[in-house]
Design a protein around this ligand. Structure first.
Ligand code: OSB
Ligand code: MG
Length: 367
């Protein structure tokens, strides 16, 4: 498949809720879409990075620059048979995983469309529907947290994840556990703690959480292993895992027992599948994380979640939870906490070009 030209479109979009985490608050988001053109077909990708480098060092503006300055110039006008060939061509570019992933995932969509099959089949998936959970930001009070938890449990979500940070952790979680004794619950610290906070984790350990996500620094697999050895609750790694090699090292060291896979963080679907395979070999379940995606990124997450070892509910909640209007048809909404992978070739979604035009703040066509 020859990559003829590539559109980049930056959108300014408003989340339906204020999303507070240990690294900041997000509501007005910058999202970069990538449309790949080849032989009359279009492949869609979405940059996972946000405007501010709080979760990751990558940003939406940085990804735009990485794509226009050195990623796209290496692939435009070239022919690639497989995602592996495309990645090999970009092997000299260190890092910039989210920028590369936007292109790589668009190429998968294109390939699947060219073959007339849904993306999940090309990825080697084994299911077309699965349970999902929701990731809930830090709220202003314990009462609001419990109310939000109840509302999401009532909507059918199969697991609730709560953002925590030092000073906002055990108290709200104990209240939620009391209100929802049987609900699968997890917490996500986004690296806000140190090993010296072990006291907090011992209290979390009494709440029957499914796992504790990324409590410590992204680059500290050793301290994660020490913390894991003190706890019955599994640790889940998010920010720490940028490659299949990271997954291997983390699972070998015992730094965690679960992995949150984000396709952007690990450079695309091919690497995400390798992370999945490493985890499977270690007997560690994975789940699909989220980056507050619009319809393209969300559709990629749904297809990815079809693989065998995605046995825990992911963060790929209903699109209508996040957006008044999404940029694709159909709506990617869960029913009773079950997400269905869209039918049709490739991602199985169509772009709402008029809406995208209205939300666009800049665009470029690289040929
Ligand atoms: O740590 O999983 C995270 C959102 C942005 C950046 C990092 C994270 C998140 C979420 C929300 O938890 C996931 C979602 O609902 O898309
Ligand atoms: Mg996380």
């Amino acid at each position: 498949m020859r990559i003829e030209d590539v559109e980049l479109i930056e959108l300014s979009v408003q989340l339906r809720f204020r999303f507070e985490t240990s690294f900041g608050v997000e509501q007005e988001l910058s999202k970069v879409l990538l449309v790949l053109h080849s032989g009359g077909l279009e492949g869609y990708g979405e940059v996972a990075a946000s405007a501010f480098p709080g979760y990751s060092s990558e940003t939406s503006a940085g990804c735009w620059l990485a794509l226009t300055d050195y990623i796209l110039p290496q692939v435009i006008g070239r022919d690639f048979e497989t995602p592996a060939q495309l990645l090999a061509e970009l092997a000299s570019i260190r890092g910039h995983n989210m920028a590369v992933a936007a292109l790589e995932t668009a190429f998968w969509d294109l390939l699947a469309k060219a073959q007339g099959v849904p993306l999940w089949q090309l990825l080697g998936g084994v299911r077309t529907a699965f349970p999902v959970g929701a990731s809930l930001g830090i709220q202003g009070s314990v009462a609001e947290t419990v109310e939000l938890a109840r509302a999401h449990a009532d909507q059918g979500y199969r697991r609730l994840k709560f953002k925590v940070r030092p000073g906002w952790d055990v108290v709200p979680l104990e209240a939620v556990r009391e209100a929802l004794p049987d609900m699968p619950l997890t917490v996500d610290a986004n690296s806000a703690y140190r090993l010296t906070d072990a006291r907090v984790f011992r209290r979390f350990d009494l709440l029957d959480l499914d796992y504790i996500e990324q409590p410590l620094a992204f680059d500290d697999l050793v301290d994660h292993a020490r913390l894991q050895s003190m706890l019955a609750t599994p640790l889940c790694l998010d920010e720490s895992i940028h490659s299949p090699g990271d997954a291997r090292k983390a699972l070998e060291l015992g730094s965690g027992r679960v992995i949150n896979v984000k396709v952007g963080r690990v450079r695309g679907h091919l690497e995400a599948r390798r992370v999945h395979d490493v985890a499977l070999a270690f007997g560690a379940p994975v789940w699909c994380g989220g980056m507050l995606e619009l319809g393209i990124g969300r559709a990629h997450n749904l297809h990815l979640s079809s693989l065998e070892n995605y046995t825990l509910p992911g963060d790929t909640a209903s699109a209508s939870r996040y957006w008044e209007e999404d940029i694709v048809d159909p709506w990617l909404d869960a029913k009773e906490g079950i997400q269905q992978i869209p039918d049709g070739a490739g991602l199985g979604v169509t772009l709402k070009r008029d809406l995208i035009e209205r939300l666009a703040v800049r665009r470029i066509r690289v040929a």
